[in-house]
Structures are given as structure tokens and as C-alpha cells.
Write a new protein. Structure first.
Length: 278
């Protein structure tokens, strides 16, 4: 939701896999399902060089009884997902089912997308590109079929304008005074995300994470375009929200599939941005 940061201490970063500095932010949030049940912990780390590390954990619950009341406390469970963005190289590392996959803004191999069968995405894209030369009408039909059935289709859709509007529903959430927004894509007013966001400088480490997210989404968009996958609707919407809410940090958001709430924000500590990925 802001401009990216170019690394100013790249030499140090390359020789040390850990960032250990006051210029390190750690922000933790909880993702809830439609029923209100906690589903995932998300922990984001960002440093002053624009590097970003996003960890997704399952949720462990423990029930305790006190005074006749049963309460459940939650804690992070097993690590499920891990993504690292290395800002200077504009490179992303995805750790998927025990494998580390590398993507960058120049790489044309769509099979690197986490969870994709080897070469499947690249072969389908190449087939459609070849068909466009010989039979544009059939290629159009192939794209439409892909759009209705798989990820390649969603990637090839043209991104729509993202609308961000203040709702006037301002709230105090925890220690934060927030402003209410609604976010939706043009032509999809029924699919609205409600966001309550605080001044970004009121959230400890918010600026560092926001800057790193801008760099990440910018690189991801460029990578998709170089792959011939257009703007990718999901990343396009996220980057648009970041641009239009650049002075805010989301504290709570509600969408058709659940909600997300910020749990903690702090600075300092350490995080690994250059792990071994071979």
C-alpha cells in the first residue's frame, strides 16, 4: 500500500541469513472462518531493506474451566505456509510441501507457482499462445473454459478497478482508533470487504511492513505480466488497497469468507530472509 524500499545494506544481508536490528517489525494476526472459528495465525516480518517474510500457522486450542465457565485459549500450531520476498533481488521464495521454489520478475516458468503440477501451467499457457496465432476464436474459447475451471483462467482475466470508500463507521478496536472502509471491485458491489484501519504510524512496525508489502506486490505484478498472466486480480486488488490506504494499517477486516484481526505488533528481534533454497 506504499512505495517499495531498495536494500541499503545488501552486502551485510548476503553474508548473514538473519536480520537482527531495531529496524525489524513483527505483526501477528488471526484469520477466522465464517463460523467465527480461528483457522490460521499469520505472522509477518519486515525489515528496513524491504524484505518480507510471511508465515502461516495452524491453530491449536486448549479448553480450560474456571468458575463453571469453559474458555478456549489458542496458540500457533504447525507451520503451513512460508513465503519470503527478497527486496533487492525482487525474488520470492515459496516453501511448498517441503520444497523451496524460487520466483522472480524475469522468470517465465509458471510451473514454479506453489501447488502447481510441474510444467502444467507453462504448457497450458504456451498452447493458448500458439493457438492465438492459428485460430484466435478457438484460443478465446480455451481461455473462457480455463477461466471457469482453473487458476490460469483467473490469472488471465483483466483486473477491474478497486474501489475504496470510507463508510463513516469509525471504531475503537483494542488500543487503536480506526477509520471504517469498504473495498470492492468495480461491477462486484455484492462482494464487499469491510476494513477498520488505524493510522499506520500508530501501529508499531506498520510502516516497515507496509513498505515491504508494496515492494512485494509490485514485483509480483511485474512477474505476472512477464509471464503473460496479466495483472492477476487478487494481487491487483491488494496492491490497489495499499495504494489508496497508504497512511493506514488494517486492524480488522470482514469479508464473505470470514474475518482477520490484528493480535500484536512489535519491533526488534530477528528473522531469516536468506535461507538455503536449493
Amino acid at each position: 500500500m506504499r512505495t517499495g524500499i531498495v536494500a541499503t545494506a545488501l552486502l551485510f544481508a548476503l553474508h548473514s541469513p538473519f536480520a537482527m536490528s531495531a529496524e525489524l517489525a513483527k505483526i501477528t494476526s488471526m484469520e477466522y472462518g465464517v463460523s467465527g472459528t480461528p483457522e490460521m495465525y499469520t505472522i509477518m516480518y519486515a525489515d528496513g531493506d524491504g524484505n518480507l517474510r510471511i508465515e502461516g500457522y495452524g491453530v491449536d486450542g486448549m479448553a480450560t474451566s474456571s468458575g463453571g465457565k469453559v474458555e478456549t485459549t489458542y496458540s500457533p500450531g504447525n507451520l503451513r505456509d512460508l513465503m519470503i520476498f527478497q527486496a533487492a533481488e525482487r525474488r520470492m521464495l515459496f516453501f511448498d510441501r517441503g520444497q523451496c521454489r524460487v520466483m522472480n520478475t524475469e522468470g517465465p516458468d509458471m510451473s514454479a507457482m506453489p501447488g502447481m503440477p510441474p510444467d502444467a501451467m507453462a504448457k497450458m499457457q504456451a498452447a493458448i499462445a500458439e493457438m492465438e496465432k492459428e485460430n484466435p476464436e478457438l484460443a478465446k474459447m480455451m481461455k473462457e473454459k480455463a477461466s471457469a475451471s482453473n487458476m490460469l483462467g483467473s490469472m488471465m482475466q483483466e483486473p477491474r478497478e478497486t474501489i475504496v470508500e470510507e463508510t463513516g463507521d469509525d471504531r475503537t478496536i483494542g488500543n487503536y482508533d480506526t477509520v471504517g472502509f469498504k473495498v470492492y471491485e468495480e461491477g462486484a458491489e455484492h462482494d464487499v470487504t469491510l476494513v477498520w484501519a488505524a493510522d499506520i504510524d500508530d501501529v508499531e512496525g506498520g510502516r516497515l511492513v507496509g513498505n515491504a508489502m508494496v515492494g512485494f506486490f509490485g514485483a509480483f505484478k511485474d512477474m505476472m505480466e512477464n509471464m503473460g498472466a496479466g495483472g492477476l486480480a487478487a494481487s491487483g486488488m491488494a496492491s490497489a488497497v495499499m495504494e489508496k490506504m497508504e497512511d493506514f494499517y488494517p486492524i480488522e477486516s470482514k469479508h464473505p469468507h470470514g474475518r482477520s484481526t490484528l493480535i500484536s505488533a512489535e519491533t526488534g528481534g530477528e528473522a531469516e530472509f536468506y535461507p538455503d533454497c536449493r
